[in-house]
Design a protein around this ligand. Structure first.
Ligand code: PEP
Ligand code: MG
Length: 585
């Protein structure tokens, strides 16, 4: 008899595979004293563990390099260099010399180093905490003779389903997609960045399972259904046949939906809605361009950085942005400046701030590190000569930030003039409206920006005070809460008065019921993951705008998200008739 664990659907697709359990956590280390005569042997044991860890890292590096790129593999060179650090090794050996067992000595030194790096003023240095943590886990596992769990070194052809407590975006991009066929995590929600990335990579995922790592030992056969958020443990042959049937039906539905991607995105009462794609990785661009999207509404540039040892330089960024622009051949492409921080960076399961989502992230970090910001802006201004590029600033809360960013953009342009490099200095500069401050005060921002893009993932998080990545709060993450709807409505109205384009680029837009709500709120532009474009076109072509507007008018008088959802859902279903394709609500 099979067992089922329910989580949250994060990235669709049904796969059958074997559990690859990843316990990538720093193990507990007992305080252990050794007698004087054992000291030399203990030092030797430590040195051997370091050599074995380095050997393993070189092997993992080569595998990652073969599967991805030199840049992504470079992170392992950084980890090797940590193990070669004479000061670090000297400190450990000194403690062993004072009769501490090798594992305890290494544990103490690594804790101290991680803390020191976590407090570093420089973001890239703080990100090294993730590498230190990885090294910490690797060497301790060897010294304590613990089973070898490796996040990136899974045997080929294993059809592995990675089950772990939480994953960082850095680790997610490094996964070997030929061996890992699905991801299941205890933590996370639909809007956490691991879920967003899994969708971009087309990797089926279930998050928010809470107990998966407790319930599973590793090696079990499971079915992972990313569309409904379920794991079936030790399925029978009938279960597998049933799920294979489901997977076939999903594929048929997708095939049926695909015909919509080539159609116009226009409501039955003749209102055109602009649909754009969210692109998280440059490699996605070509596929995204075939989705039927009218350009890119959000490119998340921070994913160029995660899992990397160094920030990409100007030329590398230029190539990445140009690839996206070229793929969309002249259509608008909105590229967002780094939104580093929150749950994206740093890595290693080791938060370096008490409240990362309220912390030094996104535009705050870029303004405080003008060199890093100018490099990105130069790359963007150079790319802009090749098409309709627009720049977007994340996490704006005040007009000062927009003005400061514009000043740095002018400096970046001046640098390119001095170098004689072709560029455009008049690139439209817009903002994400993703904080209650920006939404409430968007009239004060409108005069200084070229467009608004509402980021509902963060707007919901900050408005409702619900951490977007916390599985325990997933049911409280309600984009249809009246407070959120009012903020969206206000932003749309202010945008209209100021003749600014207003897009919605959060996850909310990709779910039919929510998209129906957005249409009724006056939103005429949405940006969603490429896979959601066809579904959204079908919604738009099925629902008269007047119906959506009336539905929202009725819903705005209601007091709770649940009441709003009921009201909208009834009206949407009444308007659409056959609702079998709507799914996902
Ligand atoms: C958002 O916050 O809604 C958004 C689109 O940006 P991100 O998910 O990258 O924070
Ligand atoms: Mg955001």
């Amino acid at each position: 008899m099979h067992r089922k664990i329910r989580g949250l659907p994060a990235s669709p697709g049904i796969v059958v595979g074997r559990v690859h359990l990843l316990r990538w956590e720093v193990p507990d280390v007992r305080h252990r004293i050794i007698p004087d005569e054992e000291v030399p042997a203990e030092v030797e044991r430590f040195r051997q563990a370091v050599e074995r860890a380095k050997e393993r890292l070189r092997h993992v590096r080569d595998r990652v390099e073969a599967a991805t790129s030199h840049e992504e593999a470079a992170i392992f060179d950084v980890q090797i260099s940590v193990l070669d650090d004479q000061i670090l090794r000297g400190s450990v050996e000194e403690l062993i010399g004072q009769n501490l067992a090798a594992e305890k000595a290494f544990d103490l030194v690594m804790l101290e180093w991680r803390q020191r790096f976590a407090r570093h003023a420089n973001a890239m240095m703080r990100e090294r905490v993730g590498d230190l943590t990885d090294v910490h886990i690797r060497v301790l596992s060897l010294l304590l003779e613990l089973p070898d769990h490796d996040p990136v070194d899974v045997p080929k052809g294993a059809d592995a389903i990675l089950v772990t407590h939480d994953l960082t975006p850095g680790l997610t991009v490094q996964l070997d997609r030929e061996t890992i066929v699905g991801i299941a995590t205890d933590a996370g929600t639909r809007t956490s960045h691991v879920a967003i990335l899994a969708r971009s990579l087309g990797l089926p995922a279930v998050v928010g399972l809470r107990i998966a790592t407790e319930e599973l030992q590793g090696g079990e056969r499971i079915i992972l259904d990313g569309g409904t958020g379920v794991l079936i443990i030790e399925p029978s042959d009938e279960d597998i046949a049933e799920y294979r049937g489901r997977a076939r039906r999903e594929a048929e539905l997708e095939h049926e939906l695909r015909q919509y991607s080539a159609l116009e995105s226009i409501t039955p009462d003749g209102v055109s809605i602009t649909l754009r794609a969210n692109v998280d990785l440059p490699e996605e661009a070509e596929l995204a361009a075939t989705s039927g999207a009218d350009g890119v509404g959000l490119m998340r540039t921070e994913f160029l950085v995660v899992g990397r040892a160094n920030m990409p330089d100007e030329d590398e960024q230029y190539r990445a942005y140009k690839r996206v622009l070229d793929a969309f051949g002249g259509k608008p492409v909105v590229i967002r400046t780094y939104d580093i921080g929150g749950d994206k960076l740093p890595v290693g399961g080791f938060p370096t701030e008490a409240n990362p989502f309220l912390g030094w992230r996104a535009i705050r970090m870029c303004l405080d590190q003008p060199d890093l910001f100018r490099t990105q802006l130069r790359a963007l201004l150079r790319t802009a000569v090749h098409g309709d590029l627009r720049i977007m600033l994340p996490l704006i809360v005040t007009l000062d930030e927009v003005r400061a960013a514009r000043a740095i953009m002018a400096e970046a342009a001046a640098e390119l003039v001095a170098r004689g490099v072709p560029h455009r200095s008049d690139v439209p500069l817009g903002i994400m409206v993703e904080t209650p401050a920006a939404a409430l005060a968007c009239d004060l921002l409108a005069g200084d920006v070229a467009f608004f893009s509402i980021g509902t993932n963060d707007l919901v998080q900050y408005t409702l005070a619900v951490d977007r990545g916390n599985a325990n709060l997933a049911a409280r993450f309600t984009p249809l809460h009246p407070a959120v709807l009012r903020l969206i409505q206000r932003t749309v109205e202010v945008g209209e008065t100021a003749s600014l384009e207003v897009c919605v680029c959060g996850e909310m837009a990709s779910q039919p019921l929510m998209a129906f709500a957005l249409l009724g709120l006056g939103v005429r532009q949405m940006s969603v993951s490429p896979r959601a474009i066809a579904l959204l076109k079908r919604v738009i072509r099925s629902v008269p705008l007047a119906t959506a507007t009336e539905a929202v008018q009725a819903a705005m008088g209601l007091a709770t998200a649940a009441e709003v959802e009921r009201e909208l859902s009834q009206r949407l279903h009444a308007a659409v008739g056959d609702t079998s394709w709507l799914g996902g609500e």
